[in-house]
Design a protein around this ligand. Structure first.
Ligand SMILES: CC(C)(COP(=O)(O)OP(=O)(O)OC[C@H]1O[C@@H](n2cnc3c(N)ncnc32)[C@H](O)[C@@H]1OP(=O)(O)O)[C@@H](O)C(=O)NCCC(=O)NCCS
Length: 241
């Protein structure tokens, strides 16, 4: 069902059983796979490809246990040339920059900002209000908590987990996700505790639990993570080892 007031450019390709609600905007050369649902007000830029069974522009919901405000989200905006995989769910009020890629089954909550050319891997979860820079690689199954800042060119390995509530709702704590500065790399299965900063170009080894700030260009490993003396070359920088 496509709302009669929505303009579908002749260059667009729309699969079977697609739903497009009132107020949605569909750009030139957009491709939408079978069974996908484009909810009211969603703005899809030119040259965007969407897989099958995606749900785009969802409104958040809550119950008595949820404290944050879920009203007034604004539109979901998907930047030109982005690729959205099969079964992806993205909430309203989120903005994806140009050329982003969202892997199959990934889920992105409301009011998130993602820069251009960033990859969100298969089955990754990005919670609400988080800001992610450009050219980041966030790999399969990563859990990106709410209220995080991830700067440009950050690498986050598979199944990395981040947290924003130090005392797990048992005593007052101002929710604060980790901040990951530009060009930092986080290895597989690492856990980042709330409120910490991972410095520019820093490296967190696979499986580490990071409990404190990591300075720029320092590598930490272990539980709890401690510095070791190695330095990974940054992209464009020669490996001197
Ligand atoms: C942190 C890392 C970059 C260090 O690599 P490296 O510079 O080659 O370091 P080495 O392998 O020489 O290890 C140096 C020491 O740190 C230890 N170490 C390395 N990585 C570790 C880790 N993740 N946890 C605990 N200890 C670690 C080594 O056992 C070694 O200890 P030793 O000196 O007592 O023998 C690497 O081990 C790592 O964890 N990479 C992440 C890989 C990843 O998750 N990729 C993402 C997607 S594929």
């Amino acid at each position: 069902m496509i709302d009669a007031t929505v303009h579908i450019p002749s260059s667009a390709s729309i699969g079977h059983h697609v739903v497009i609600e009132q107020g949605a905007v569909i750009g030139e050369n957009v491709q939408i796979g079978h069974n996908s649902v484009i909810l009211a007000g969603t703005i899809i830029g030119d040259d965007v490809t969407i897989g099958c069974n995606a749900v785009l522009g969802c409104q958040p919901f809550k119950n008595a246990r949820v404290k944050h405000d879920v009203s007034q989200q604004g539109a979901l905006v998907i930047g030109k040339g982005s690729r959205i995989g099969n079964g992806v769910i993205i909430y309203a009020g989120t903005e994806l920059g140009e050329g982003t890629m969202i892997g199959d089954l990934a889920s992105i909550r409301e009011r998130t900002r993602i820069g251009h050319s960033t990859v969100i891997g298969r089955s990754a979860t990005v919670e609400c209000r988080t800001v992610i820079g450009s050219r980041c690689l966030i790999q399969t199954g990563a859990y990106i908590t709410a209220d995080m800042v991830i700067e440009d060119d950050v690498f986050i390995g598979p199944e990395v987990s981040t947290s924003n509530d130090k005392y797990m709702d048992r005593k007052p704590y101002e929710l604060a996700g980790p901040r990951i500065k530009e060009k930092a790399s986080i290895g597989n299965n690492a856990t980042l505790l709330p409120g910490i900063t991972i410095g520019k170009g820093a490296v967190v080894g696979a499986g580490s639990v990071v409990t404190k700030d990591v300075p720029d260009n320092i590598t930490v490993v272990g539980v709890p993570a401690k510095p070791i003396t190695v330095h990974l070359p940054q992209s464009g920088e020669e490996d001197q080892s």
